[in-house]
Design a protein around this ligand. Structure first.
Ligand code: FE
Ligand code: FE
Ligand code: FE
Length: 164
């Protein structure tokens, strides 16, 4: 059996987030369509276009690592997106829909922050500083998206979701 090393973990985790980003790219337009608030729609649309760039960065990281870009099913993102779809269905036409959509999107961002945080550190430890920079650039976008959603929820979505 081949030895499983930090390189193996890095490769497997890269395939995991590559799969997840592909799923997220498809989910974000659905979330933008479902949202009522124009600000929330805009936030989802902005992040959809960032996600395209993130997929390109991942392809560059695969290249630096010397492997072909390959996705491996991520059960976590399947579950997180399924929960978001549940909110979309259960809260359709309801005052709390947007607050629920924002919280579902934040669960996605938190998963990505966990993965990119780890991958960026591992890339550094494996001596791939260019890959580390690419992964850190994406990590910063995920963090900024998370923070934008928090501020939108606090200022608008949560207050308008509350019963009078
Ligand atoms: Fe992403
Ligand atoms: Fe995963
Ligand atoms: Fe994201």
């Amino acid at each position: 059996m081949t030895e499983k090393t930090l390189q193996t973990l890095f490769h497997e985790t890269l395939k995991d987030i590559y799969y997840a980003e592909g799923k997220i790219l498809k989910a974000l337009p659905k979330m933008a369509k479902a949202a009522n608030s124009p600000d929330l729609k805009a936030a989802f649309e902005k992040h959809r276009s960032e996600t395209e760039g993130q997929l390109e960065r991942l392809q560059q990281v695969f290249e630096i690592f010397g492997k072909r870009a390959q996705a491996k099913t991520c059960d976590a993102i399947e579950g997180i997106i399924a929960e978001g779809e549940e909110i979309m269905d259960d809260f359709k036409g309801q005052p709390a829909l947007d607050a629920g959509l924002a919280s579902a999107a934040q669960a996605v961002e938190h998963y990505e922050i966990a993965r990119y945080g780890t991958l960026a550190r591992w890339a550094g430890e494996l001596g791939m500083s260019d890959a580390q920079e690419l992964l850190t650039a994406t990590l910063r976008e995920e963090e900024a998206t998370d923070q934008a959603l928090t501020s939108l929820a606090e200022k608008k979505l949560n207050p308008s979701a509350q019963a009078a």
